[in-house]
Design a protein around this ligand. Sequence first.
Ligand code: BTN
Length: 329
Amino acid sequence: MNDLTARILNRLSTGDDFLSGESLCHEFGITRSAVWKHIGLLRAEGYQIDAVTGRGYHLSGLTGRPVEAEVLPFLTGRRFGKKIHYHAVTASTNLLAKALAVEGAPEGTVVVADSQSGGRGRMGRIWVSPPGVNLYYSLILRPEVPSIRVPQLTLLVAVAIHQALLALSSELAPMIKWPNDILVNEKKLCGVLCEMQSEPEMTHFVVVGTGINVNQAEMPPELRESATSLFLEKEQLFSRPELLASVLNHFEPLYDEWLLQDDLGFILPYLEKFSLLQSRDVSIDQRNRNLSGTVTGIARGGELKLEGEDGQTILVSSGEAHLQKKSDE
Ligand code: BTN
């Protein structure tokens, strides 16, 4: 959708009343026939727009796509999501968001795609990104903190997503899996990939990429054992624009608080309460070594506290955690 069509859609989506063709011409500096052309483009995209002689245009049906005009009405924060760049398909929203951040896009800008042809996960994995069903988006942040604090953002985002999921359905029982996943019934529902451009003392920007499996009705065979979606868990469809807005609404105050603090201390009780790994035996794959032990908590800096067989606790700052089977399983 081109920028002007998107702006006309935004305008139609604010307020319940009819908007006259003349006022649209005036506001956007275009002719009557140009207004018609954009209304036609929006209808072709699936928007229902009533046209009544003497009254003008009225948006009566949305598409459920996570475009700016459909997300904005649900936003309650001041900054996050006020500008949303929507793409029907792109390689990766993280790549686009990084390019926008380099060009100077402000904090809170979001890039969202209906599908990704090269969705990226952690550790070089791909993120399966079929069209029409899920959320794939990246949020640009410009935190004025030393880069060493940036990895904490992954857990902070996980808390916001967790809160948004609980607000959506109190029966869902999502769990946060350190450092970047949300699981339901021990299957992955959501993953976060943070990327940054920084110097040691200064963070230029962070791109927080998030994939949430929302309405996907079938997982590819290789993911069936390990991944799930909201639809598969609840047998109901969820609004992607509302969920995106809710995550942003929950994240903005957490982020503002985190900027005032030195670490994640203020949110540790929440993280530990909903940590899938808490008190569990795990093995952790790191690039060049493997660790194992019992998880005793999360440190203020976001590291996993791991107690080894020797009774010593170490702080693990990165890696992929695998649950060991409980002894009675
Ligand atoms: C992971 O669990 O490995 C992280 C997955 C992150 C996927 C999201 S989808 C939107 C954004 N764009 C990408 O290419 N990746 C992230």
